[in-house]
Every structure is written in C-alpha cells, then in structure tokens.
Design a protein around this ligand. Structure first.
Ligand SMILES: [Zn+2]
Ligand SMILES: [Zn+2]
Length: 431
C-alpha cells in the first residue's frame, strides 16, 4: 500500500507485496495464505490483474483507490516490533465506499471486524477504528477506478449494448480518475466523443469462440485502416475472451493515433445500493489496457488486443455475416427524447447460418470418399494472403474450422476441439 509507482506484486500469485527494510526485500502480506512459493516481484503496473483486497474490510473486489492520511502501524510482538506501512492510498470495495460516502464509518468497521472474526473483541475494534480514522480524517477529494480486479464475468446482451456504451461515455466525461498506467488521461474526452459516434457490434457466442480460438494463434498483423470495420466502434464479446478475460473493446482516432481500449466487466456479485451506485458511477465496463496505434502499425500476435485484431480480420475476410437489429422500444424512446439518432446494433455471426438452398446441398470436399459416420470439427489456422494494390501487402486469413461429415450425421463430441460453428465451407475455402 505504498505509492502506486513503486508498488510491486508477485508474478506467481498476483498479490501486492509488502516491503521490509532497506534496501527493500519483498514479502507476501502476512495475512496471505500462499502455497509456500517465494515472492516473484514485478512492478505492479505491468500486471493487468492484481489480487488486491479492500484495505478497509478485506473484500476481494476493490473498485476505488482513495487518498488519505499516511498510516503506519507498529505491532509489538513477543520477539520484535513489526512496522507495517499502510501508505496513503487505500483500496475500497463498493460496500465500504458507499458507507464512507454516507458518513457511516461505523459500518465499515463492522465489515472489518466481521471479516477478521473479531466481532467479540472490543479492543480489536478500537485499533481498527484508529487506523481507519487516521486515514479518513486526512482524506483527499477524488477517487481512482481500480481496473485490475478480476471480477467474475457479467454477460452483456445485444439489447443492453446502447446503455452500456452510454454509461461508459459518461464515465470518461466524469471527474473520476483512471490509473495513469492506462495512459488515456489526456484522451478521455476524445474517446468519449468516439464512443458516441461508434458503430456498435455484438459478437454472437459461436463467433466469439471462433475469434478466441483464432486469436490464440494470431501472427503479427499490419493494422491498416481498411481492416477496421468502422472509424469509431465498440464491440462486445458476450463471454470473456483470452486469459485477459476481455468482454469489450472500443476504437477511435485521438491525438495519439488510433486508440484501442480493452475492457472487462465489473460489479458481478454486488447487490442493492453498492451495485446501483457502481452502475451509475462507472457502468458495466472498466478499461484494462489501451494502445495507441500509428498508421500501418504492426501488432504482434501476443498483443493484449490480439482478440480484437482477430475479430476484425475474421469480419474483413467475410467469415462474418453482420445483420442489424432494432433496439428496444424503451431505448429508442430514451434516444428520441434527447434528440439523438436511435442506435443501430450490428450482430456479428458466422456466415453460413442462413445459407441458400442451392449452396446448402454442396458436398464437402473429402466427405464422399471417407463417408464418415459422424461429423467432426476441423480446427483452423492462419495463412498470409496477398491483398491491396498490386497484391503487395500480406494479411493473415483464417482458414477456419468447419464441420466435416454428412449433414445428417451426429456431431462427434471431442474434448480436444472446442470450436463450434455451423459453417459450411465452399471448395475455395479449403485450398
Ligand atoms: Zn506470490
Ligand atoms: Zn471493503
């Protein structure tokens, strides 16, 4: 809980580390039950997931960093004194933050003593109260969103997308701070304006599976303007993708080039007032990383935005069928009241869900000779193909997985292939 710029975390268990002595040695917090591994310190700002807990009550899903008094506590044990530095920036969960804003510090202490199992120890309660008071009495205005908490996923439906976009836009325009490590503090207003102009894409479950599978093997990609489906856009993957657990992405032009922002959902598991406040103050999404891309920039295959680039490539190579959907009547009314054009939703699914009868009957190469008794999934791979003027440029094309076998045969379940798509390949797909 020292200043954020020099904070270290353990790469193995993602917990923030405490320091001991000078020069500092990094140790796991004493309350943390580890499997006995040695701390592997890395600068905390290099991790996009940190297992931090609320500094008031220990809740595992902190949401705001508050600034207050510098708190140092000394515990005198039987053999030696232990100095613990609590620092001047504390993480707060949504419940503690609600109580603090309402001036109910007693309820914050209730949460702490309950979490520590010290409800029947008046002395412990008094010590905790002193610590909290030392911090809160010197509290500075403002708060910073914690974007590294690994919340369980919240599913966002296509119908919710306009509302989710509007809350995010409002958050970017608010006075709440974002962590400096995201490097979008000076472009927040431009990102908000871009979100308002955005085309909204909702990727269906099968297409999300396909994109995640393809992203895992993504080669380096030149990101040119024609790869991007719209100048400003926002998309939702309804299930989190990659180990980064991403559920959304947005892109727009800013003073730093094209700015891509990746998001995770927040707030799952909250109820009542803390949930309601979080939805009002922040919304459904927290930015977890941002990238500023110059024109024709190469994105390496293991980049945090790999899932977004893979999704763009799959849409560009016509794997996708994009249909537009009308928004709910209530959403349309809200927009009409404020004289805003009713948003158009673009639903992205795998081409072939609705093939014409003639194409449907086409035989699948190889299926005649082998005539398997069941259908099975064939997994895909990326291949560089020429495109652009004089076919001088190379762009990866995903030779995607498809169902092989007679149309009426049962689908063979496999534990090794997790792709699901109803794609019916034409012969040119399988060159
Ligand atoms: Zn560790
Ligand atoms: Zn708390």
């Amino acid at each position: 809980m020292t200043a954020p710029h020099d904070e270290m975390a353990c790469q193995t268990c993602l917990s923030p580390l405490n320091t001991l002595g000078m020069p500092p040695t990094y140790v796991h917090p004493t309350h943390l039950a580890t499997d006995g591994h040695q701390p592997a310190p890395v600068p905390l700002n290099r991790l996009d997931t940190v297992r931090r807990s609320c500094d008031f009550c220990g809740d595992p899903y902190p949401i705001w960093t508050l600034r207050g008094g510098e708190v140092t506590a000394i515990a005198i044990g039987p053999t030696a004194g232990l100095v613990q530095d609590f620092g001047d920036s504390w993480a707060a969960c949504a419940a503690c933050h609600t109580h603090i804003d309402e001036g109910r510090n007693d309820k914050v202490i209730d949460r702490a003593v309950r979490a520590l199992g010290l409800a029947n120890h008046p002395q412990a309660r008094q010590r905790i109260e002193e610590l909290h008071r030392a911090f809160l009495n010197a509290r500075l205005p403002g708060r910073t969103l914690i974007t590294t908490t690994a919340w369980p996923a919240t599913t966002i439906t296509a119908a919710e997308l306009p509302k989710v976009r509007d809350r995010l836009t409002r958050f970017y325009r608010s006075t709440d701070n974002l962590p400096a490590m995201l490097r979008i503090t000076d472009t927040r207003q431009q990102i908000a304006a871009g979100l308002e102009r955005s085309h909204l894409y909702w990727i269906d479950n099968d297409f999300t599976d396909l994109a995640e599978h393809a992203a895992a093997q993504l080669p380096d990609v030149h990101v040119s303007r024609d790869l991007i489906p719209s100048a400003d856009g926002m998309l939702i993957w309804p299930q989190p993708v990659t180990h980064r657990q991403l559920t959304a992405a947005s892109w727009t032009d800013t003073i730093h080039g094209r700015t891509l922002v990746l998001y995770r959902t927040i707030g799952a598991g909250l109820h009542g007032k803390p949930l309601q406040r979080l939805r009002e103050q922040v919304g459904w999404l927290a930015p977890t990383s941002a990238t500023h891309l110059p024109e024709q920039h190469v994105i390496p295959g293991d980049h945090p935005a790999a899932a977004l680039v893979a999704t763009w490539l799959l849409i560009a190579q016509q794997t996708a069928e994009v249909t537009t959907a009308r928004v709910d009547k209530s959403v349309a009314k809200t927009y009409a009241r404020t004289n805003r054009p009713v948003p158009e939703l673009r639903i992205v699914h795998i081409r072939g869900h609705r093939t014409t009868p003639g194409q449907d009957g086409e035989s699948i190469p190889g299926s005649q000779e082998r005539s398997p008794a069941s259908r099975f999934w064939v997994s895909g791979h990326w291949r560089n193909q020429a495109h652009g003027p004089g076919r001088a440029l190379r762009r990866p094309v995903y030779i995607h997985p498809f169902l092989r076998g007679p149309d009426d045969a049962p689908i063979k379940l496999s534990t090794t292939v997790r792709m699901l798509s109803s794609h019916q390949p034409k012969p040119q797909d399988c060159q």
